[in-house]
Design a binder for this molecule. Sequence first.
Ligand code: PLP
Length: 360
Amino acid sequence: MIPVTKPFLPPKEKYQRYLEGIWQRQWLTNMGPLASELEIELKRHLNLKYILFVTNGTIALQMAIKALDLKGEVITTPFSFIATTSTIVWEGCDPVFVDIDPKTLNIDANKIEDAITENTSAILATHVYGNPCDVEHIEKIAKKHNLKVIYDAAHAFDVTINGKSIFEYGDISTCSLHATKLYHSGEGGLITANDPKLLKKMAFIRNFGFNGPESFAELGINGKNSEFHAAMGLANLEYIQSIHEKRKMLTEAYDKALMKFKVVSPLWHSAATKNYAYYPVIFDTEELMHKCIERLKANEIFTRRYFYPSLANTLPYLEKTNLPITDDIAKRVLCLPLYYDLSIEEVELICRLLLRVQNN
Ligand SMILES: Cc1ncc(COP(=O)(O)O)c(C=O)c1O
């Protein structure tokens, strides 16, 4: 069986070494030494000044919206994971969907200004598959209209633009360290901000708002993460280089084997590095895509329609909006298996099966 993804696991001894310390200290959560160490190591790895390790990428988004005190309408993308939209609603704001760019699959920055009203407070955009949004254009729009910017960078760990971490763009960036992500801590998330005051506010928010044992600075939530998750994050970080190398090799094997296959890949930001987080392909027709899904399934190979359906016209708690490009592309996008343990031979098998469907 070939699943669409599989978590990377470090050698058991690496993880167990961290467990020894946890047992000795008997300090399991509440910003323990491993959680602090992970933040320090991630700051060094990503070349960032500020970072918070939190429960997951969803809480990170909620905390970002709360910290920026967003109200009213938040402009966002319909082509993302549900948490990008649901957190806006959860925090009492109204998502306003803007269609995507058919080439990059990110929010179309050229269409954002048309969606701004006097009630707009922010733009919340996803770097889809780790491919950076048009961050320069979005920044200009945000400045002109005095809007905040949050990037859902759940997929974008380790991506840089001209050498600068993608997490430095916008007022706040969030990331998911869920087990399915290329770098993970089992469950987990990150928040980064350039403004130290904002980061301090989010540190209070992460810990119920406490600013002392008997006093509160903010309305908070439990956004902390445990020592066990921090240990997984620390152990995995030691392997990040080989994770990237393996994923790059697999991606190049797909590219080569699919040269004659009629699909396109999203257009990557020209100044950005790739992190090979996913292998998405856009089919000419939904029909061909379904045939491919079925053929692979018959061989116990599983893919994922990521993201399908459009968030703009499927959620029972929102009015439906039809956005022609998202509606069309979401129907024709498929993510092929990509994970550390996948072999080149398996990639070649997947591609042979796909080509057979096309040629029949
Ligand atoms: C784009 C995007 N945003 C947010 C999330 C939520 O992250 P988490 O699962 O860590 O809560 C995910 C997770 O898959 C995601 O892909």
